[in-house]
Ligand binder design. Structure first.
Ligand SMILES: Nc1ncnc2c1ncn2[C@@H]1O[C@H](COP(=O)(O)OP(=O)(O)OP(=O)(O)O)[C@@H](O)[C@H]1O
Length: 273
């Protein structure tokens, strides 16, 4: 399998970003379409995500980034097209097999998605208790390791209502990592954080990715976060990936929408609609 996605010219007509590979990309979307009523949110998305890289998916509000994420984790079924995880078609398998495949994902949601009644220790221990037969001693070792990695080893007795938004995200990240998933999906990890906390969180994500590896997909509309994190960038607009490729190519793109969006400019095809 090649190291990088193809650098085919950017078009705005249902571009195909798949590799010519054996189908073993960790995540492969093949002509994925999804509409709500007459609104086509995903209009034939084809892309293969690079293993052990961080890919950010950028795009304006309401453009379908979260819908795309839900398709990747199998929470939403495409109207047409295929979603393959490690070569396996998500919708060509039974529900329990899909459930098993989801164990290969770690999910980091906007608010950390922590259980409000549990302290941070129990929140991070939860997937291990639920999905493994590890002893409490082994669980403790793993949980403390990841809580230390995200800088929360002194806050393990606190419940989510007693910690800041940034701490919730870090706790959510520890919980996402604890099962050592091969794929980590982060939905707007920067939302609600000030620029400094966003930068620190992005640095943490980058460091832990460098240490543990894995295929990361980060959904955001924060350009600075994307600059810090991305090995690859996908830019979603009008149901299509108008760019999907190495981050430096995205940030140097001549495609008018990609250029406008990544520059945060008010000049270009994107208006207030
Ligand atoms: N279950 C659903 N039923 C109907 N419409 C939906 C559903 N889920 C999403 N949509 C619509 O699909 C469009 C894309 O939504 P989505 O949440 O994916 O956007 P987004 O790019 O993640 O936006 P934001 O950056 O604001 O979070 C929106 O118009 C939304 O209202």
């Amino acid at each position: 399998m090649p190291d990088a996605p193809p650098t085919t010219p950017i078009t705005t007509v249902a571009p195909d970003h798949r590799y010519d590979s054996s189908g073993q990309a960790p995540i492969e979307l093949d002509q994925v379409k999804k509409a709500f009523g007459s609104f086509k949110v995903l209009d034939g998305i084809s892309a293969a995500f690079t293993e052990n890289a961080i890919t950010t998916i950028l795009g304006p509000s309401g453009t379908g980034k979260s819908v795309l994420l839900k398709h990747i984790v199998g929470l939403m079924e495409p109207d047409e097209g295929r979603v393959r995880i490690f070569g396996q078609d998500l919708w060509d398998m039974k529900e329990d097999e899909r459930f098993e495949i989801r164990k290969r994902f770690g999910l980091l949601f906007q608010d950390g998605a922590l259980f409000g009644s549990m302290n941070l220790y129990d929140n991070v221990a939860f997937p291990l208790r639920r999905h493994t037969s590890k002893s409490e001693a082994d669980i403790r070792e793993t949980v403390m390791h990841y809580l230390q990695q995200v800088g929360l080893e002194n806050a393990l007795d606190r419940v989510p209502s007693q910690i800041s938004g940034g701490m919730k995200k870090r706790a959510g990240f520890a919980r996402a990592l604890v099962m050592q998933p091969e794929i980590i999906m982060c939905d707007e990890p920067d939302s609600g954080l000030d620029p400094v906390r966003t930068k620190l969180l992005c640095n943490l994500i980058k460091e832990l990715h460098a240490e543990h590896g894995g295929t990361y997909v980060v959904i955001t509309h924060n350009i600075e976060a994307a600059r810090t994190l991305s090995d690859y960038v996908g830019v979603l607009w009008h149901g299509e990936l108008v760019h999907f490729g190495p981050a430096d190519e995205a940030f140097n793109s001549d495609e008018p929408f990609v250029r406008q969006f990544l520059a945060g400019s008010d000049e270009g095809p994107l208006g207030m609609e």
